[in-house]
Ligand binder design. Structure first.
Ligand SMILES: *[C@@H]1O[C@H](CO)[C@@H](O)[C@H](O)[C@H]1NC(C)=O
Ligand SMILES: *[C@@H]1O[C@H](CO)[C@@H](O)[C@H](O)[C@H]1NC(C)=O
Ligand SMILES: *[C@@H]1O[C@H](CO)[C@@H](O)[C@H](O)[C@H]1NC(C)=O
Length: 341
């Protein structure tokens, strides 16, 4: 070999073929990913653009995962892997803090005299009590509706706890009909505005008013009304002890967090902990359904357990664990509400 091409050239040939093999594997992985997430692109140019966005996201995910023990959670190339950061954050909802003080429908949560976290159970998982419906997919390429999923999920929980049986309720009802209360259909909204609507009109069962993932005219009929609300209770801003008490003594709670980070977007499993998350700039409502702790290699970590609306391919089969009692991380207790029926 040496006599023909010299050491340097041989070296280059070897590198080139290794790179080529890498490229082939990458293309294979891209095709697999597209197939798994049922992605198709209209033009060659669009496909090229998406592929390069995907490659950059793939780089982010694998570099995070190569040191995942440091982070305590891992990431995966889920359905959002072909979106730019701007496209992804465009799928979240805006948020502004409602004026709770002057609203007669809102009361502030009181955990009771001298209640501390030591008086509360070490862990709670409302799924085991049969008051949480299965994971749904808001299909956020088309509809920024996480607010409706969080609000409806909390009413499903409260309704199941009073009725003793779980009924799936309608997010589409909220998307189509709550616009006069401050929501914007598929362009975002809040748990608070959804609650105002449900105090006034109640909410349909899911079977009567199934999800379409597009805003449409309000086709609500009163014979389908299921749960009606009487008001809402809010958690004091940032108070994770109150939030824990509400969750332990009342039921699931609707929260709004900062879900704009790449780490949240690609979250796969473990206890999410990223101090760069904002506690005040909120943009993604979810349903808080429990809390607990892990104890691994002498490290004790407390977490919140949440139900997201990104389908079962995201996170832990659609669920999310977020570090708890870590300075109100991601704003978990910044705007937390639960319904009263
Ligand atoms: C989602 O909301 C953002 C603004 O928050 C908007 O730019 C975007 O167009 C919305 N998406 C859809 C599908 O309406
Ligand atoms: C409610 O009423 C609508 C029309 O008024 C009807 O189409 C629908 O079947 C009714 N649903 C139930 C559950 O009775
Ligand atoms: C949270 O609320 C409890 C009362 O429920 C209070 O004792 C505690 O000081 C509050 N914590 C903070 C950080 O404000």
């Amino acid at each position: 070999m040496k006599t023909f091409c010299g050491v340097l050239l041989c070296y280059q040939l070897v590198i080139a073929s290794v790179l080529a093999l890498d490229q082939v594997l990458l293309v294979e992985e891209w095709l697999q990913w597209k197939n798994q997430h049922k992605k198709g692109y209209r033009t060659k140019g669009e496909e090229r653009k998406r592929h390069s966005v995907w490659l950059a996201n793939r780089e982010f995910v694998s570099s995070h995962n190569s040191e995942w023990e440091e982070h305590g959670y891992s990431l995966s190339l889920n359905q959002f892997a072909d979106l730019t950061d701007e496209e992804y954050t465009g799928l979240l909802v805006g948020h502004s803090y409602p004026d709770y003080e002057d609203n007669p429908l809102v009361t502030k949560f009181r955990s009771g005299r001298d209640l501390t976290s030591h008086d509360l159970p070490n862990s709670i998982d409302w799924r085991t009590k049969g008051v949480v419906t299965s994971i749904k997919n808001q299909n956020s390429r088309q509809c920024n509706s996480s607010y409706a999923f969080a609000a409806v999920g909390s009413v499903e929980g409260a309704w199941a706890l009073t009725r003793g049986s779980l009924t799936r309720l309608s997010e589409q009802n909220i998307i189509d009909c709550s616009v006069p209360y401050g929501n914007m259909g598929c362009r975002g909204g809040s748990v608070f505005s959804s609650y105002l609507y449900m105090v006034n009109s109640g909410v349909s069962t899911y079977s009567c008013y199934p999800y379409r993932g597009r805003q449409s005219y309000c086709s609500y009929t009163s014979n389908c009304t299921c749960a009606k609300m009487s008001g809402m209770v809010r958690i004091e801003f940032g108070n994770e002890t109150d939030l824990q008490a509400a969750l332990a003594t009342v039921g699931p709670v609707a929260v709004t967090i900062d879900g704009s980070s790449k780490a949240f977007r690609f979250y796969s499993q473990g206890v999410f902990d990223w101090s760069g998350c904002s506690s005040t700039k909120l943009n993604h409502p979810l349903l808080l359904i429990g809390y607990g702790y892990t104890y691994v290699e002498s490290v004790y970590t407390e977490y919140w357990l949440l139900k997201n609306s990104f389908g079962t391919n995201w996170g832990e089969d659609g669920y999310f664990r977020l570090v708890r009692n870590q300075f109100n991380q991601c704003g978990i207790a910044s705007d937390a509400l639960f319904p009263t029926l």
